[in-house]
Design a protein around this ligand. Structure first.
Ligand SMILES: [Zn+2]
Length: 121
């Protein structure tokens, strides 16, 4: 796991990662449901799609759009176990523990809050 300031600094220097932004559809969904609910979804997605030692369709388990958490996962390189290993130093091939799940949700939360703040300017 990385320091989040360090992580976000590195993400901002990646052309691929910094391309991701919430579109109106995802932003509306977020406004309608509220951030706490969206973060519950994030915890569920992490538990079911990312946390298992061998996630189903690993590398392709996170859609590119249509839920704010999916967009945030690509933007924060928490989309699959390969990216978690490469970007966050979390080894593949074993289940994520609770602190790692919380760390992923925290990174997603921070990205969504920053995207909202940027969009509000
Ligand atoms: Zn990935």
């Amino acid at each position: 796991m990385r320091d989040l300031d360090d992580l976000f600094d590195a993400l901002s220097r990646s052309t691929f990662r910094s391309r991701f932004k919430l579109r109106p559809r995802e932003r509306n969904y977020l406004t309608e449901r509220g951030l706490p609910t969206i973060l519950n979804h994030a915890a569920d997605f992490v538990a079911s799609r990312l946390a298992p030692a061998q996630p189903t369709n690993d590398g392709r388990q996170t859609p590119m759009a249509n839920h704010p958490v999916f967009v945030a996962q690509h933007a924060t390189a928490t989309c699959c176990r390969g990216c978690l290993e490469k970007w966050h130093g979390i080894p593949s091939g074993r289940e994520l523990d609770q602190s790692e799940r919380d760390y992923v949700v925290e990174a997603i939360c921070r990205w969504i809050e920053a995207d909202i703040a940027a969009g509000a300017r």
